[in-house]
Design a protein around this ligand. Sequence first.
Ligand code: CMP
Length: 136
Amino acid sequence: MNNLEKTLSIIKPDAVERGLEKEIKDQFLNNDFKIVEEKKIQISKSEAEEFYKVHQTKPFYNDLCSYLSSGPIVVMILEKNNAILANRDLMGATDPKKAKDGTIRKKYGISIDKNSVHGSDSLENAEIEIKFFFKD
Ligand code: CMP
């Protein structure tokens, strides 16, 4: 069944810093995602706090927000049938040590913090996250 969805993807500072931007984008394209919009930006710590506010009670929240704002990131709107789940499968588990072979986090992730990519975890959050970065 046709269930075209959009999801938000971020290539995080650790991956941009290591020059993995093109390699990671190719993984999306080779898996039939369309990159509808993309931009390379650096966000402030307060913007990161707003973006990750669902995690504000977690012990790792402060470090997470410092990290996401520590260097350039690439934010993308990805489109595909069942894009949210498909992207989560392609990224692999949050902790690269637990991610399956062939996933982006297994290939490139350094640690649970520096796990190279973020992807929306639900349709509702995808809409919120896309609006956050692409306001018009
Ligand atoms: P991400 O998918 O961007 O969403 C929140 C991020 O918090 C997650 O990836 C991890 O990089 C980071 N994080 C750090 N510690 C933890 C943890 N213990 N559990 C889940 N996420 C964590």
